[in-house]
Ligand binder design. Structure first.
Ligand code: NAG
Ligand code: NAG
Ligand code: NAG
Ligand code: NAG
Ligand code: NAG
Length: 456
């Protein structure tokens, strides 16, 4: 007989989880019970161990789950069938192309990244990783001061190649790159172009072991040679060199809780009463397509012969990446790299019995919404409360199945909303989106995690 216990960490619009997650860094690794260090520097299990999990800051090199290798493919957005919430994704890249945090919408065969009042916007990350190669995205940016649209490559050790657009300047594509997220104030360069809100442009990143070329509408806008990135004090190329996810995002650089440098860079505080909010209920950026062309090197670096990428050293350089066969999948949102079957539905759980009940973070929440390295001169960047999904694990049940959000396909990924408003008209209505199965971010400010435990 099946006993179903549903333990729901119910969130209402008036409740905000201040994340209780332990923070992590190069000098402070995660503890063994929450071994995975997320992209945002907090420890947890489940989604914390998937995309963005930094092996250098995690409990062990094997805490993070292996990353799915590159797949050459053109992604269109005629529907959102291949977009999955990060509260549901368990690492199987054959099941989805994009992992979403926030509120993606469909509009005229395009993907809208939306940012409703008091939200931290929307982030889509590819389920597979590129280890060099070419990626191009055709899109229109959002607009308005403080509103940032981004198309970037970001690796788990925080190598990064960026296009960023601040909504206060619609005639500039800002390009940047980072090696292992190390702040550099000299790496940015701008490309001028026509109105990025009203015009589609195709933004391309052509990335090889020896150079990166940023091209807009097939025209070279900037080239960086690895040869010019040597750091004589560390004896390293400060050059992006590790497998990276494609990330598309819309986020509020102009949030009062962000560092002043970020606010200034973004052009000031976001105006939550702007015309786009009044007319649609949110800011939006419009993505038409993304094309990934893998590098296909015949020997490392840059191969995609096997199924997954892992690291064999804390150095996190190109020569420490292993293109191998490790599984990329966890069985539930309490799984980790070393315990991928935790919470499995069929009684084979390795979390052995004890009557203790523990609460662990399972889905990282963004604070402030910056999706890449924060290089905007915030000397005293304040960290705001981020919301995160939490699973309550009663380890005397022998098995559990995490089902993620129960209230719709997506839930709002974070934000500091304390007051809710359901009055803002759905942008989907006004923009004619055909899908309505998406939560209104302003109503559900917090991710809802439900762990359904089914025990015999
Ligand atoms: C990959 O799998 C091998 C063999 O099971 C294991 O020894 C190694 O720790 C795994 N690597 C990572 C980074 O998980
Ligand atoms: C790029 O343009 C922005 C304005 O949109 C400006 O603030 C920034 O300083 C420029 N960066 C470079 C490297 O010229
Ligand atoms: C890979 O890393 C090694 C060690 O840091 C370095 O010598 C080599 O130049 C790197 N190659 C590339 C293509 O970045
Ligand atoms: C060299 O690396 C160090 C340590 O990461 C960094 O602080 C410094 O800015 C780098 N220097 C150059 C010229 O990139
Ligand atoms: C890599 O291989 C895939 C699959 O064969 C192919 O579609 C893609 O064009 C190749 N990429 C390059 C850069 O040759």
């Amino acid at each position: 007989m099946v006993r179903a216990i549903i333990i729901a960490a119910l969130a209402t619009a008036s409740t905000v989880f201040a994340s209780s997650a332990t923070t992590c860094s190069l000098t402070q690794k995660c503890p063994s019970d929450t071994p995975c260090c997320s992209q945002y520097g907090e420890c947890g299990v489940g989604a914390y161990c998937l995309g963005g999990c930094d092996p250098r800051m995690s409990f062990g090199l094997d805490s993070c789950v292996a990353a799915p290798v590159c797949e050459s493919k053109t992604y269109n957005f005629n529907n959102l069938d291949r977009v999955m919430s990060n509260t549901k994704y368990l690492g199987d890249s054959s099941k989805t192309d994009w992992v979403a945090d926030g509120n993606p919408q469909l509009y005229n065969n395009n993907l809208l990244l939306t940012m409703a009042p008091d939200s931290v916007g929307t982030l889509l990350a590819s389920s597979t990783y590129m280890w060099y190669g070419n990626v191009k995205a055709t899109f229109k940016t959002s607009r308005g001061q403080g509103v940032v649209t981004a198309f970037i490559l970001l690796s788990d050790v925080k190598d990064e190649i960026d296009y960023e657009f601040v909504g206060a300047d619609l005639e500039t594509a800002q390009t940047n790159y980072y090696f292992q997220g190390i702040p550099q104030y000299t790496h940015g360069a701008n490309i001028s172009l026509s109105d990025t809100f009203n015009n589609y442009h195709t933004y391309e990143i052509d990335w090889t072991p020896d150079q990166i070329t940023w091209k807009v509408d097939s025209q070279e806008g900037r080239t960086l040679k690895r040869a010019d990135t040597w750091n004589a004090s560390t004896n390293q190329w400060m050059y992006p060199q590790t497998p990276a996810r494609v990330q598309l995002s819309l986020w509020p650089g102009g949030l009062a809780s962000n560092g002043q440098g970020t606010i200034d860079w973004a052009g000031g505080l976001v105006d939550w009463n702007a015309a786009d909010i009044k007319n649609n209920g949110y800011y939006y950026a419009t993505f038409q397509s993304v094309t990934v062309d893998c590098f296909n090197a015949t020997s490392a670096p840059g191969t995609n012969d096997e199924t997954s990428y892992t690291y064999n050293s804390l150095a996190g350089t190109n020569d420490t990446v292993v293109d191998g066969k490790n599984s990329t999948i966890i069985k539930s949102l309490i799984g980790t790299g070393t315990d991928p079957d935790a919470g499995a539905a069929s009684g084979s759980s390795s979390s052995s019995s004890s009557s203790a009940t523990a609460t662990v973070e399972t889905v990282p929440g963004r604070s402030g919404g910056n999706t890449g390295s924060d290089n905007h001169d915030d000397s005293s960047s304040s960290s705001t409360a981020s919301s995160a999904s939490t699973a309550t694990i009663s380890s005397d049940t022998s098995a559990s199945t995490s089902t993620g959000s129960s209230n719709g396909q997506f839930s709002q990924g974070g934000g500091s909303s304390s007051s809710s408003s359901s009055s803002s008209k759905s942008g989907a209505d006004k923009l004619g989106a055909t899908q309505e199965k998406v939560l209104k971010g302003s109503v559900f400010a917090v991710i809802i995690a439900v762990v359904a435990m089914m025990a015999l």
